[in-house]
Design a protein around this ligand. Sequence first.
Ligand SMILES: Cc1cc2nc3c(=O)[nH]c(=O)nc-3n(C[C@H](O)[C@H](O)[C@H](O)COP(=O)(O)O)c2cc1C
Length: 355
Amino acid sequence: MPTSSQQGAERGRSGDGSTSRKAEHLRINIEQDVRAKGVSSGFERYRFAHCALPEIALDDVDLSVAQFGRKMRAPILISCMTGGTPEATGVNRTLARIAQEFGFAMGLGSGRVLLEQPETLESFDVRSVAPEVLLFANLGAVQLNKGYGVPQCKHLIKLVDADALVLHLNPLQEALQPEGDTDFRGLLKRIGDLSNGLGVPVLVKEVGWGLSPDVVRALFEVGVAGVDVAGAGGTSWSEVERFRTHESWRIRVASQFAAWGIPTAECVRAARAVAPEAPIIASGGIRDGLDAAKAIALGADMVGIAGPFLRAAAQGFDEVHDLAHEIVEVLRVAMFALGIRSIEELKLTDMLGPA
Ligand SMILES: Cc1cc2nc3c(=O)[nH]c(=O)nc-3n(C[C@H](O)[C@H](O)[C@H](O)COP(=O)(O)O)c2cc1C
């Protein structure tokens, strides 16, 4: 008897490709254990040195930052996830209302479906509820090898009223999808051309296996405005694809990548070492305010969280609100217990851990 994910995969093949894939992804991420297995984000290897005499008041702690022309009340990004399906409309609205209330940034899911099916706009339209939020549009970088370029990306930015475009690099995910786009040749130059021609900042992210320092260096050399390392230790897209397929050999292939990728903590440190001044976002397995504080102390300007926000959104607005509150409060209290007033100071704080 087929499992529900097998039935979903059948639906995916018979219906429209990218929207049904997106619906499957959402459902699997909510219902299944899609965490990476055998690899962690690496933040557990670091500790802060507690300060018993902080010489500041808790109210002095200020989490605000400015990024890409927008003020944020906390350096938290609700990472790129969804759009294009009926379920996505509610999820994006909920996440956007939270981003607006807490002063977070927000990323939308891949806009390819929006460019191909303009009638899906409602599911991407979050500006009406999040007018002040730093908003990222999103597209798979590999689409630049399939005819997408400056005009399409400009159109996408305009449709969703985004401040910047985030391109995702997901070669392993594409390779594990039966219908994946796997020609990544010549992408670096195309990313550079887009970065120099779009007129809004272009950032590049992974999706949970990490950007190595060589890739980070190459991306900044061609002109990207920022990177999100999106390292290993959180949502694993090989695990998601494992749940999407019903072919036993594909299941076995995907299983073998559950521990793949560069742990997020390592990615952030290495990225900061090769790009001392550039905007760097840390995501991938960041699960609480302490992970967020550690990511910033290791060099991130902003911290992205995806899976936990999605699962909270599936439960309701109050759950997302609670999660956002908890993350911000832990970050604030941690900074107080370190005697640190600002995110800039947190970035300069040493931790105990791997040299
Ligand atoms: C349901 C879901 C959908 C996602 N869709 C996208 C996407 O369309 N584009 C993208 O760049 N990343 C996408 N991601 C990846 C996230 O932005 C993030 O990089 C990754 O999940 C690691 O973060 P996490 O461990 O906090 O989930 C998606 C993640 C989830 C959970």
